[in-house]
Design a binder for this molecule. Structure first.
Ligand code: HEG
Length: 147
């Protein structure tokens, strides 16, 4: 089981309590689809992903960015059982969506960049370490049902 310090717990709760899910979700997913264009293959039904402007203005990308962050919120609320919380989501990504699990880290890094850009100087090295630990645990949970 993952051990969280009080600082880590407080930091994660604090970041999510202040997060604007709509804009952070859109910005993180857009960044992922632009910087790692092969991730677009999973979102064929989203319509026009032709270039950065099209991705940024695509309402399906915006909606899905928010869905991802709402998914992360579940982990924030269940920090002592993230693996259990994401069992079904892991099966979905593995067996139905066939998402290459390496992509979890790529999207996680995009989320980190967006959060860092929003927090500015408050995104200290300690805060960064706590946030990246949280995303690493989420990624491990999402990978768990792959075989
Ligand atoms: Mg995934 C669906 C969360 C990474 C591709 N993703 C979903 C859903 C959630 C979610 C909550 C909705 C599940 C449902 O409808 O029951 N995704 C989620 C998280 C992360 C992640 C928390 C990692 C931080 N997803 C991820 C990555 C890809 C991907 C890296 C592909 C590059 N997700 C994906 C697709 C769908 C979901 C294609 C289905 C979208 C749809 O049908 O609208």
């Amino acid at each position: 089981m993952v051990v969280w310090t009080d600082f880590e717990r407080a930091t994660i709760q604090d970041i999510f309590s202040k997060l604007d899910y709509e804009s952070a979700g859109l910005n993180a997913l857009t960044r992922c689809l632009v910087v790692y264009p092969w991730t677009q293959r999973y979102f064929a039904k989203f319509g026009n992903l032709y270039n950065a402007a099209a991705i940024m203005g695509n309402p399906n990308v915006a909606a899905h960015g928010t869905v991802v962050l709402r998914g992360l919120e579940k982990a924030v609320k269940n920090m002592d059982n993230i693996k259990g919380t994401f069992t079904e989501l892991s099966v979905l990504h593995s067996e139905k969506l066939n998402v290459d699990p390496d992509n979890f880290r790529l999207l996680s890094d995009c989320i980190t960049i967006v959060v860092a850009a929003t927090m500015g100087a408050n995104f200290t090295p300690d805060v960064q370490a706590a946030f990246q630990k949280f995303l690493a645990v989420v990624t491990a949970a999402l990978r768990k049902q792959y075989h």
